[in-house]
Design a protein around this ligand. Structure first.
Ligand SMILES: Nc1ncnc2c1ncn2[C@@H]1O[C@H](COP(=O)(O)OP(=O)(O)OP(=O)(O)O)[C@@H](O)[C@H]1O
Ligand SMILES: [Mg+2]
Length: 459
């Protein structure tokens, strides 16, 4: 481990150096804070001990800049002030700890031990490869396309329901591309007022509109050499769509209020949970832009179509949640995971993630059993779960009795229920029922006879 100390008091520097060296830590001390940021960037220490009131720098400002570095070290503030407002402010800015002067040597040792422990544990919180789950066949297909997409510069369109991982996949393509050391800039087209979107994407010149008191770079320029992720692309106003199309064709942008265009080299990845083809038919999305964006298309399957990924996702989210709460034990029983596999998760991975985090927050180290999960579901969802559970029990019973025709028996029973119920709604009208069921009229007719279905009198 490496540490740096910024403190203008000579004795503090000496003491710190001694303690840290004894702990086996490589240490450098500095009297001045002027070059602190530069030093931290160069030396890449694991820990920074920082005096709040250096004569030539503002410790709080330094803290702010150090914690915003990409590979940020743990910053421990040392301070002569012990008023609570300094303490709150420093912790809020992201200090790891705050040690008032004159300090106790044991406090320093304790903080070092804590950081050592954290560094020795592999973290799961930041998006590393181990944090992306996808053993299911459908996800393997997705990863193949990600691989192909990473090797090219063509635009990619990622479609999929909300919470299926569109942003995760966009980042993955960037990570594996030869642009990975350049920026990945994400912009949510739905979150920016339509009047500002062009300025946001392409930048603007001073005086381009009221309030533009200086010129500003847009996201395309910020992403130069890298990747821009246009999330919720369906929300892009038509005018901006026209401009985007031109950018994709020419690979140059014209800031708002400017007449000069600027060359850019940006890989575009767009995402949507809407049906763009439908929006094209409604004249809300440009067809030519759609073709341009969807040179490579990735459709992320909903979680209900890859339930085999649920156990690993639960494991991953459990680990994250336990870590967030500083818990050593806890998690789902096997039966609980089985129950989760029965549920369809309309909110997809995000819903599963939130559910796991919520349950761990409530039950902490207590094993999470099916009944605890059910408490989280609304009554309508409970019925669905109970129904599938009931079916499982039925399977178990038939199996234990050694029955041989389990499949036909249960499928027929299910068919009978479905057809009978729909016929009740259509008051026994077979043609109409066939439309709702999505099977041919003749088939419905045949089933009614075969399965001895009552052609209900209506509800
Ligand atoms: N394959 C995966 N493995 C692990 N976690 C995942 C995976 N895919 C998505 N997640 C997690 O699920 C959550 C939702 O993912 P993401 O934000 O990428 O979805 P999205 O499709 O962009 O959703 P929305 O349409 O709502 O914006 C995030 O917390 C993400 O980390
Ligand atoms: Mg998203």
């Amino acid at each position: 481990m490496k540490a740096v100390v910024f403190d203008d008091e000579r004795t503090i520097r000496k003491v710190m150096e001694k303690i840290l060296k004894k702990e086996g830590i490589e240490v450098k001390t500095y009297e001045s804070g002027e070059e602190a940021l530069k030093i931290v960037k160069e030396l890449k220490p694991d820990i920074v001990f920082l005096d709040i009131s250096l004569p030539d720098a503002d410790g709080m400002e330094l803290l702010r800049s150090i914690v915003s570095l990409e590979n940020r070290p743990y910053v421990v503030m040392i301070s002569g002030h012990d008023e609570y407002n300094y303490l709150i402010e420093a912790m809020k800015l992201g200090a790891f700890d705050y040690i008032p002067k004159p300090f106790d040597i044991d406090k320093i040792r304790k903080v070092v031990a804590e950081i050592r422990e954290i560094l020795s544990v592999k973290t799961v919180s930041d998006l590393g490869e181990a944090d992306i789950i996808g053993k299911s066949q459908v996800m393997k297909e997705v990863f193949k396309i990600v691989g192909r997409a990473s090797a090219s510069n063509q635009p990619v369109l990622i479609t999929g329901e909300s919470g299926t991982g569109k942003e995760v996949i966009a980042k993955l393509i960037h990570k594996y591309s030869n642009r990975s050391d350049k920026p990945f800039i994400a912009i949510n087209c739905g979150a920016i007022p339509s009047g500002l979107i062009e300025a946001e994407l392409f930048g603007y010149e001073k005086g381009a509109f009221t309030g533009a008191d200086r010129s500003r770079q847009g996201k395309f320029q910020a992403a130069d050499g890298g990747t821009i992720f246009l999330d919720e692309i369906s929300e892009l106003p038509l005018e901006a769509q026209t401009k985007l199309l031109r950018v994709l064709q020419e690979m140059e942008i014209t800031p708002v209020g400017s007449t000069k265009s600027v060359k850019v080299d940006v890989r575009v990845i767009a995402a949507t949970n809407k049906n763009l083809v439908k929006l094209i038919a409604e004249d809300k999305f440009r067809e030519d832009l759609f073709y341009r964006l969807s040179v490579i298309e990735i459709n992320l399957p909903p979680l209900r179509e890859r339930k085999e990924d649920i156990p690993e996702l639960v494991e991953l989210f459990t680990k994250q949640a336990l870590k967030n709460h500083g818990l050593k034990k806890g998690g789902f029983t096997e039966e609980a995971v089985e129950l989760l596999k029965m549920y369809d998760f309309p909110g997809n991975i995000r819903e599963l993630r939130n559910l796991v985090h919520k349950l761990i927050a409530i039950y902490r180290e207590r094993p999470i059993t099916p009944d605890l999960i059910k408490l989280q579901f609304e009554p309508e969802k409970q019925v669905i779960l109970d129904w599938k559970e009931g079916l499982k029990k039925e399977v178990a019973e038939l199996f234990s009795k050694g029955k041989k025709n389990i499949y036909t028996r249960l499928v027929e029973e299910a068919e009978k229920v479905v057809i009978e119920e729909i016929l009740k709604y259509t008051k026994g009208n077979i043609s109409e029922a066939s439309k709702y069921l999505g099977i041919h009229r003749n088939t419905v007719h045949k089933k009614v006879e075969e399965l001895n279905i009552q052609k209900g009198k209506g509800r």
